[in-house]
Design a binder for this molecule. Sequence first.
Ligand SMILES: [Zn+2]
Length: 153
Amino acid sequence: MTISIYKWFCLTIGLRKRGQGLRESGAFLIAKAGSSKISTIVFYDELDSEAFKSGIIVLNGLGHAKLGEILNETKSEVIADIHTHPVGCSTRQSDSDQKHPMSRLKGHIAFIAPDYALKRFLMPWDCSSYLYQGSFQWQTLKEKSFPLKLTLI
Ligand SMILES: [Zn+2]
């Protein structure tokens, strides 16, 4: 999948701003149906204002319903999600990350950004990526098969 450099920096700045070096933040990465180019970023707190309050990410049912509306209206689909992990912690998936995929579709990709996305020029390859295989099974995507490329536009 691809994302423009501009959108990528909007994403990392949005994660940093929301986390404030204190809590996890995250977003859905959305593409037009059938496309692998990320067209829209929806931060979890735009769907549920309480999503980041507890320090870990919890999206309520209403939030999922709002997401469904956005996807319907824009004929789009969630192709990936991203969330941050605390400063100095690994970007391996936690038990909870594995057991609570943000999308239950096979082929969904979850990115984990290090250090609450505080790094000024955080790049996609600074993040870890995991491919959802269904039934709460994930495959780690290593450098060679890293699934997100930056494009100029
Ligand atoms: Zn996590």
